[in-house]
Unconditional design. Structure first.
Length: 101
């Protein structure tokens, strides 16, 4: 099945402690059904000091389940994603506006 959410998509969080926050998907793990969104689900991780890294307590974006994310359409509203054929190619489109993504 094709991915409804991909790297670089602008999304909004639907549930959880970060409900309502918006961000861009940094990475997607389809096997785990999770995605890392910049600025969302931040946790503090302790980092060992190296030559390139000062170390200490570093904020890090942790994965969030794909079911808790919704794509943002052109109007800035949360929308579901659909698929349709255009010129022989399968494209994603926003259900609210009908625009191709």
């Amino acid at each position: 099945m094709a991915a409804k959410l991909r790297k670089g998509d602008k999304v909004v969080v639907l549930t959880g402690k970060d409900k309502g926050k918006q961000g861009e998907i940094a990475s997607v793990s389809p096997k785990d059904n999770k995605a890392v969104v910049e600025g969302v689900n931040i946790a503090i991780r302790h980092q060992r000091q190296t030559q390139t890294n000062q170390g200490g307590r570093q904020p890090k974006a942790m994965p969030i389940d794909l079911s808790n994310l919704a794509l943002l359409d052109a109007n800035g509203k949360a929308t579901r994603v659909g698929f349709r054929l255009e010129d022989g190619k399968k494209v994603r489109f926003a259900k609210t506006t009908g625009d191709a993504i």
